[in-house]
Structure formats: C-alpha cells, structure tokens
Design a protein around this ligand. Structure first.
Ligand code: G4P
Length: 287
C-alpha cells in the first residue's frame, strides 16, 4: 500500500519523543479500541523501559466488546502496564485515570512532587477529547499536521499530575502490512494518501471472514458471496451505485463501506485481536 509520509517531520517527532520519554514518570497512550496494536506509537515499546504505562482503549463504543476485553486482559498481563477501555460518553471512567496514575508510581510523594506524565496518540484516536475530559476544560489542540506548528504544552491536572502533550505525528506501523490497512480504515491516515478502494476491499474481506452477520444485516444480503468483488457488486446494487453494464461503481461502494464502518453503522467491529497480531508477527519473523 503506497502511503505518502513526511520523513522530515517523522524524524523530528522521533527525536523529541526519544529525549522526553526518559524524563517521564508515566506514559499515557491513547489507542483506538478497534485497532489497539496498529494504533500504538511504534516507539513506545522500545523506549519505555520500566516506565509505567496506561493504555487507554478509546472509542470503545465502536469496538467489539468481547474483543476489547481480550485486549484489556492482554495488556494488563504485561508488567507495568494497565489498560482501560473508555469512550467519550464515560467522562467519569476517563477521569478514573487520575487516581490510577499515582498508584502506578508508588515511590513518589505527590504532596511534595509532581507526577510527570506524557500523553501520546496518533491522529484521530481521541487524544484531544481525552485531555479535555481529564482537565475539565477545553485545552488547545496540538498540531497533528505537518503544517500546524503548535508545540508541546504542559497541562496541570488534579492529584499534582502534569501532563505533557506533544504534537501527535503519526508514522507508519507498516509491519505487519495489515497495520497500514487498519489505520487507513479507521481514518488515522488521510483518505487522500491511501489507495481508497484497496483499503475498502481489505475491510470487505475482513468483514466477510469475521463479521458476516453484520454485513448481512446492514446490506440485507441473503448470503455472503465468495469474493470481495462480488460483495462490492451486491452493495452497489443495494445502494443504487451501479455503472452502465451492471458493474458497481467501486469508488462509491468503497466510500459507503468505509464511512459506515467509521460511523459505527456496521456495528461494533474490532479489526484485530491479540491472537491475530501474534500470528502476523510470527509470519513476519519467519519470512
Ligand atoms: P485527536 O486529538 O486524537 O486527533 O482526536 P479528537 O479528540 O479530535 O477526536 C477525533 C474524532 O473522534 C472526533 O470526531 C471525536 O468526536 C471522535 N471521538 C473521540 N472519542 C470518541 C469516542 O470515544 N467514541 C466515538 N464514537 N468518537 C470519538 P470528529 O467527527 O472529528 O469531530 P466532532 O464530530 O467531535 O466535532
């Protein structure tokens, strides 16, 4: 999948994060609950060393609840890590992080010294929404785009916690390759830099294999076809986007499928499980 990244900005963001993380008491990473592995910053695992880490699985309202619980258990089994699944309709649950944080840094006396936490998150995972809820006010957004220059900011939170917010550059977690597709489906990668129809085809095939009932219900299908191309034709017929000669307008169908996934109209879908990631990483190592 061809993605147009910005190597200069990526390099700058990597350098900043590499310098800052060792000075932090705690890392808070906001992830998309529909793709908790693919939406991770690829550097956190290698840079965190023993620093405690809270992984916020945000947008849990859009994710498959059974798989979300598997991810929470999986992350909690890693030393020094805690996972919490939340969504923007649960502000109290999000604020419970403010009590969870000091407990993860037990050696610090919060009456006398601040707890320094960094919050990370790739674009569109809901990092700004989370910060606003934690701070109980609207905090100016740091820039996700190369053109936006808003720099790091420090936000004072209850319990003597100071949150460092950094511009949320995304760089590719291209390995395994499926990660790029999942990020594109979620909207973390702009539609203009992806091969939109390929991404929608990936989603179509994933849905056929893992959530056939959701497809049946949404597009009133009597049966699930053998291939993604046939599924595109069926959705095209249902939604009146056919070209002359009875062939689906693949761009329109791709838009329908991806937009309806992003809006939650296909149901609560998670694009990856811990087991899938394990298999894909193993296959990558062996190749
Ligand atoms: P970012 O800083 O990580 O880039 O993300 P931001 O908070 O700006 O949120 C990105 C989009 O995700 C916003 O929608 C926001 O409302 C939505 N969002 C955040 N948290 C959740 C959640 O828990 N569940 C759901 N369903 N959506 C969530 P938007 O369409 O870009 O903006 P708007 O409609 O809020 O104006």
């Amino acid at each position: 999948m061809a993605i147009n990244w910005y190597p200069g900005h990526m390099h700058k963001a990597k350098k900043e994060i590499r310098e800052v993380i060792p000075k932090m008491d705690l890392i808070i990473e906001v992830l998309d609950a529909r793709l908790p592995f693919s939406s991770e910053n690829p550097m956190v695992a290698s840079l965190r060393r023993d620093t405690p880490c809270i992984k916020i699985l945000n947008k849990s309202d859009l994710a498959d609840p059974v798989v979300t619980q598997r991810w929470v258990d999986h992350i909690n089994s890693t030393s020094g890590m805690k996972a919490i699944a939340v969504n923007l309709k649960q502000p109290d649950k999000i604020r419970s992080i403010l009590d969870m944080a000091p407990a993860m840094v037990p050696e610090r006396n919060l009456d006398v010294s601040q707890l320094k936490a960094i919050i990370l998150g790739i674009p569109n995972v809901g990092k700004s929404t989370t910060i606003n809820i934690l701070a109980s006010r609207t905090v100016a957004k740091t820039g996700n785009e190369p053109a936006v220059t808003k720099q790091q900011q420090r936000i004072k939170l209850p319990n003597n916690i100071v949150l460092l917010d950094t511009p949320g550059f995304l760089w590719p977690k291209l390995e395994p390759e499926d990660c790029g597709y999942r990020l594109a489906i979620s909207g973390a990668i702009k539609n203009t830099v992806i091969e939109f129809e390929d991404v929608a085809m990936y989603l179509a095939e994933f849905m056929m294999a893992h959530y056939p009932d959701a497809l049946r219900q949404r597009y009133q299908l009597k049966e699930i076809p053998e291939s993604g191309i046939e599924l595109f034709d069926m959705i095209g017929q249902r939604r009146g986007c056919m070209r002359r000669g009875g062939i689906a307008d693949t761009h329109k169908v791709a838009e329908i499928l991806i937009n309806e996934f992003r809006d939650g109209q296909l149901g609560r879908i998670t694009l990856e499980t811990p087991e899938m990631i394990e298999t894909q990483l193993k296959a990558m190592e062996e190749s």
